[in-house]
Every structure is written in C-alpha cells, then in structure tokens.
Write a protein that binds this ligand. Structure first.
Ligand code: ADP
Length: 502
C-alpha cells in the first residue's frame, strides 16, 4: 500500500445531527471523526433525505449517474457533497428525490408503517455506495475500506464483490451489526423487482427462509463483520439472540469481532453541556441538584432536591423492557420517587404511560417526543437511569448516564454487561461499582434492584462515591476507533495479500 492516509467510505442510513432515530446516528457522527484524529481520511455516505437537506447549507452536486455505471444506479440520481454542520467532516448524500424527498420519518410513514418501497430505497443507496467504492463516480478519491452499518447498507458488500473487476482498486468491506433484530427482510417479488443478480437467491447468499435479507448480504459478503460490544457478539452466536442468523454468524466466526461503541464526550459532558441549567463535574457534584430542580420544574413535578428522580430515554419497544418499567412504576407509585420518561414507539406503551402520568402528575412525567435537549436535561437531572433491556447490542444512554453521575440500572445483557459494574457490597468495597445490574427479564427483579438503589440513595456519602466512580469511567471513542483502525489495516492486508497471490 502507498503511504497516503487510509481512505474510508462510511455508509450509514442515520447521522447525527441530520437524521437520527437511535444510536446508529451517534456512532456515525463520532466514529469517523475519532478515526480522523488517528489519521484516517473518511467520507460518510447517507441518503439525501429531505430532513437532512433542510439542515445542510452549501450542498454541491458532484456527480450525476448516467445509468451506465456497473453498480446499476438509475440515470439522473446524483451525489451531493457537504460538510457536517460545525465540523470539517466530509459528507456525500445520495440524491434521488423520488426515494428520499418525503415527509415522515426516514424508515416509516406518518402511521408508523414501513415505507412500502424501503427495499428499493436502500438497494439503490447500496448501489450508489458500490459505485463510489469501485471508483466510478469521478470523485478523485478512492476508498480503501468501505464500512457498512446495519441492514440498510447490507447489499453494499454484495454489490462490490459481484461488480468488481480485477483491475479495480477494490476496497475491503466491513459490516457492523448495530442491532440484529432489524434484518431488512423482503419477499421474492421485491428481489426480482430490484434486478438483483439471480445467483444471490440461494441459502448461501441472500435467501432467508423463503424471503431475502439485506442484513444477510452484509454478513455473507463483507470481508469482516463487527458488532458493537464483545458480549453481544457472544450472545448473537446463540439461538436465543441470533434471530435465525446464528448459523450464518457461526460460519463466519473467525472474521467476526465485537468492538465496544464509545460515548462522544464533546456532546455528552455535564461540564460543558449547553442544555443544562448548571454545569458540573465529579468535583462539583453538589451542583447536579440544580439540574434536578430545573427538570422537576420543567416536568411539572414536585420541586424537591431530596426526592430521587428515575429517568428513562429510548424507543418504547419490547426490546427496551418497557413492559417491566410499567409494572414497576405501577407497583412503586406510592414510594417517594419521581419518574421522567422520554420516548415514543409502541402505542400501547405510550397510552399506559400517558395514563399513569395523568393520574400522578406530580410524580410521573411522560413525553412522547424525540427531544434531544430534554434527553440531555434528563441525563443531568435524574439520579438513576433505567435500561432494563431484554437485549442491548451496546447501548449509549448508560454510557452518557455514567458520565452524568446518573447511576444506571441495567439488565445483565449485551453492552450493558460490558459497561456497568454492579453495586454489590464487594464491588462497593473495592471502589469499582458504577450502577446496578439485574439478571432476569422480570419486573419483580427490576423492582427489587430499584428499591435497593433507592435505599443506597439515602446514604449520601455512599451515593456520592458511586456517582464519582461512575463519572470517572472512560468510554471515549478513541479506544474503539483504534480497534477499528487496526481492523481496517488487517482486513486490507489480507485482501491485498490474497490479491497479490493471484
Ligand atoms: P438504540 O440505538 O437501540 O435506540 P441506544 O441507547 O444505542 O439505543 O441509542 C439511543 C440514542 O437515541 C441515544 O442517543 C438516546 O439519547 C437517543 N434517543 C432515543 N429516544 C430518544 C428521544 N425520544 N428523544 C431524544 N433522544 C432519544
């Protein structure tokens, strides 16, 4: 390889601060920039959603597809170039107004139904990624590595492998699973409509129990697979968490690694967070209660800094254990504790939480919006943060909570298990405890551990010690980025080595 910087194309369907439904957006924002500090030159590719274009200034059209590129993008679609706001990070947007210029969310319509043309929307996106990867878009920039994320970019490695010619500078491909539960499964008709290579309809390729899966394409064709925590890697190799993909993953086990996500401490730092009433850090922890009072005020709860506040932010779906939270809330409603819950999702969960908050206005606050500012204010104002997930690939909110001294209560699964140390008597003694961990998916267990946490809360010096320990954890992106960079080099070395053998 030449001595120039390693060049990375980062393909993603979400990107903070432009379009976000969950953790993928945060990762897509932070990882390329952390890699940049390590000398990796990256371009991020996202679809040119209406919402993203509205938030960008100075986009410039840099390429218009002719319909003759090998990747098969439709004629007239184009690539726009921009920079992420307040950053020098380069960004390409794949523009196809018919596919992405619409109201509603990026994956679902206003009735929360998947867009009926999602297969086409993301297949075309993957074709564009392949076009860039194979150097067909006259950008004067050649990717060495293409890093794909979740099912929406899953066809990219398959297109690259299928359309590359020996004379191409074919990049290595990495596929990262952020959540195996979302697999991009579509039927045979969609497969035909997408004009995919017929040989892909095979159990060894994309076919998946009579349908086909974008995610499986990534798992089969990428040079290397990663997921977002070491523990989740182990879990998804089992039938319980593998969603039918455990066999495919097992067959690629030697090219599959778990790399923990990081937290972006430039955005999530109580000492500099512009959304807080009062900045604080580990040395000025007493100031945190100003944020509690401000949150209580904003939420219409009784304003009292001695009442413990439990926070929750996230998608209201069964994965996140919201049913357990609702049972616990119902059982603990007579306790001296307040609840602030931010999130939207399953209408049944939303309805019940709304009812509970209306019945107990001074104790329970529920906001069914996506509200970035409130998310920061909850992290700072709450004392305890709930994440009783059934499974959790990595989880970001528990990392933010640690940094904000808001002790996480988590289930012993996925990345939660890799990042929170349970406050057992022993761990407290040794000074390693940072939160509360319970095992079974069971409301009684959640309730038990929450009551234990509330008991410790009353012991102020002990609670302070736990908060301090939590706040001093370092889950910054640097370490993760270093591991990704090493992986890129390794995979690229293997690829070039094997090409050289021919
Ligand atoms: P997931 O990706 O499964 O949704 P993560 O914990 O990895 O879960 O990431 C969730 C991200 O989305 C966090 O940054 C969290 O703060 C944010 N988030 C989720 N729901 C909301 C909401 N209703 N308002 C604001 N931010 C939210």
């Amino acid at each position: 390889m030449s001595r120039r910087k390693l060049q990375l194309l980062f393909v993603t369907s979400e990107l903070y601060p432009l379009v976000k439904t969950g953790g993928l957006a945060d990762v897509s924002y932070s990882l390329p920039q952390a890699l940049s500090a390590l000398g990796v030159d990256s371009i991020i590719l996202i679809p040119a959603y209406a919402a993203a274009l509205q938030r960008l200034q100075n986009t410039k059209k840099v390429y218009t597809f002719t319909g003759f590129e090998r990747c098969g993008v439709s004629k007239g679609c184009s690539l726009l170039e921009a920079r992420i706001p307040d950053s020098s990070q380069r960004l390409l947007l794949f523009d196809s107004p018919e596919l992405y210029q619409r109201e509603g969310s990026i994956y679902v319509d206003e009735n929360q139904q998947d867009w009926p043309d999602n297969a086409r929307r993301f297949a075309e996106f993957c074709r564009a990624a392949c076009g860039i990867a194979l150097g067909q878009c006259e950008l004067g920039w050649q990717a060495d590595v293409v890093h794909c994320n979740d099912w929406q970019s899953g066809l990219t490695p398959a297109f690259i492998k299928t359309y590359a010619k020996p004379e191409d500078h074919t990049p290595a491909s990495i596929f990262t699973i952020h959540n195996l539960a979302y697999q991009g499964i579509f039927d045979r008709q969609s497969f035909d409509d997408l004009r995919l290579p017929p040989q892909w309809w095979s159990a060894d390729a994309l076919e998946f129990y009579g349908n086909f899966s974008f995610l499986k394409a990534g798992l089969i064709f990428a040079d290397y697979i990663t997921t977002v925590s070491p523990n989740y890697r182990e879990e998804i190799l089992t039938t319980e968490f593998g969603y039918g993909m455990e066999g495919v993953l097992d067959s690629r086990k030697d090219k599959f690694v778990g790399i923990l996500n990081g937290a972006d401490y430039t955005t999530w730092n109580p000492a500099t967070d512009p959304h807080l009433d009062q900045a604080y850090d580990g040395k000025s922890l007493e100031k945190k209660s100003q944020n509690k009072l401000a949150l209580q005020k904003q939420a219409g709860l009784t304003e009292d800094k001695n009442i413990p506040v439990v926070g929750l932010i996230g998608r209201l779906v069964p994965q996140k254990g919201i049913d357990l939270v609702i049972s616990t809330l119902e059982n603990l409603v007579s306790e001296t504790v307040q609840w602030v819950i931010l999130g939207s999702g399953d209408p049944i969960f939303e309805k019940r939480l709304r009812q509970l908050s209306q019945q107990h206005r001074k104790k329970i606050y529920f906001c069914a919006e996506f509200n970035e500012v409130l998310a920061h204010r909850i992290e700072a104002g709450a004392d305890i943060f709930l994440m009783p997930s059934r499974f959790e690939p990595c989880g970001l909110n528990q990392l933010y909570s640690l940094r904000y001294g808001t002790l996480p209560v988590v289930r012993n699964t996925g990345g939660l298990a890799n990042t929170v140390v349970n406050a057992t008597a022993n761990n407290i003694r040794q000074g390693t405890a940072t939160g509360f961990v319970f095992n079974k998916v069971d409301a009684t267990e959640l309730q038990r551990i929450l009551l234990y946490a509330l008991r410790l809360y009353r012991d102020k010096p002990l609670w302070r010690q736990l908060c301090f320990q939590a706040m001093s954890q370092d889950f910054s992106w640097l370490q993760s980025a270093q591991q990704y960079k090493e992986l890129y080099r390794k995979v690229l070395g293997n690829l070039r080595g094997s090409l050289a053998d021919h």
